[in-house]
Write a protein that binds this ligand. Structure first.
Ligand code: ATP
Ligand code: MG
Length: 269
């Protein structure tokens, strides 16, 4: 099987049809991946501890997907490896009246992690070129300018010590149907069933076009987009964990220097 790329060089057009959502690389099933996932989660735990202790870098993880795409699952099963003390999840819903009275990045900027912290965006400023575009919540002149605004904003963050990594969890339309059916027939999942998701589903192709533009126009060395094959939850988790390790290992993470003459201290009884 041909190896499927996870990202593209900046400037290259993303065509989501070329990315198979059911791709699982060389792995056949969940069991094959279990050991690597477990090792990766331990590694992520250590890397995060160093990031926190060092207090030099912030890490911003952006999650976008169609409904049922698995944002919540990734947060639980991959980001669950981190110490909660060093992590903040921000979930972006439809803007409030106050948020709408500001520029679209106002609420987003306020949620960016400080140095030493990991910030997870469950949805993000990309909604402002996705749902806003598809649902025509703002005129085209408004959302068209946002790709440039987003690039400038992410550049500012990158220049200020924030490492940005963006995941598009790519599921197929057929898999979404399965997951919606599952939510409908499982009592413990009823709370996740929103009739509004069915309406969004009818605009699938428009969303794919909007995602392709967002990924293509806002894919930068300093803030890359990754397309995660997400029909198989176990493979999705594995790939996300790998990319996070790769991203964090590129930082010069280290524990801070101990106090001078550390060994000369005696611990009082
Ligand atoms: P789940 O996937 O678990 O249902 P969710 O992220 O879909 O969680 P919801 O409260 O169901 O959470 O949905 C949030 C809604 O807010 C989404 O439909 C999203 O498109 C919408 N939203 C987020 N940001 C914006 C925005 N800037 N403008 C308009 N709508 C937005
Ligand atoms: Mg929802």
């Amino acid at each position: 099987m041909k190896e499927q790329p996870l990202t593209l060089p900046p400037g290259k057009r993303f065509r989501l049809k070329d990315f198979d959502p059911a791709y699982t690389g060389t792995f056949g099933n969940k069991k094959d991946a279990a050991q690597e996932l477990q090792d990766n989660l331990e590694r992520l735990h250590s890397l995060q501890e160093m990031l926190y202790a060092q207090g030099k870098h912030a890490l911003l993880i952006v999650l976008q997907a169609m409904d049922t795409g698995g944002k919540d699952g990734v947060i639980e099963h991959v980001m669950g490896a981190f110490n909660p003390q060093g992590v903040r999840v921000a979930s972006f819903k439809a803007p409030t009246e106050e948020e709408l009275a500001h520029d679209f990045l106002w609420r987003v900027h306020a949620a960016v992690p400080r140095r030493g912290m990991i910030g997870i965006f469950n949805r993000s400023h990309y909604e402002d070129v996705l749902v806003v575009r598809v649902r025509k919540l703002a005129p085209e002149e408004v959302w068209q300018k946002r790709y440039d605004h987003i690039n400038a904003f992410e550049r500012l963050l990158a220049d200020s010590g924030v490492t940005i990594v963006k995941f598009y969890l790519h599921i197929s339309k057929a898999e979404q149907k399965e997951r919606l059916l599952e939510r409908q027939r499982t009592p413990e999942k009823h709370w996740k069933f929103s009739p509004g998701d069915l309406e969004e589903r009818t605009r699938w192709d428009e969303y794919m076009a909007a995602f392709e533009d967002a990924l293509t126009r806002c894919n930068q060395d300093y803030a890359p987009w990754y397309v995660i094959p997400a029909d198989r939850k176990w493979y999705r988790n594995l790939v996300v964990s790998r990319i996070l390790i790769e991203t964090m290992e590129k930082l010069d993470l280290a524990y801070p220097e101990p106090p001078p003459d550390l060994e000369k201290y005696t611990i009082p009884d």
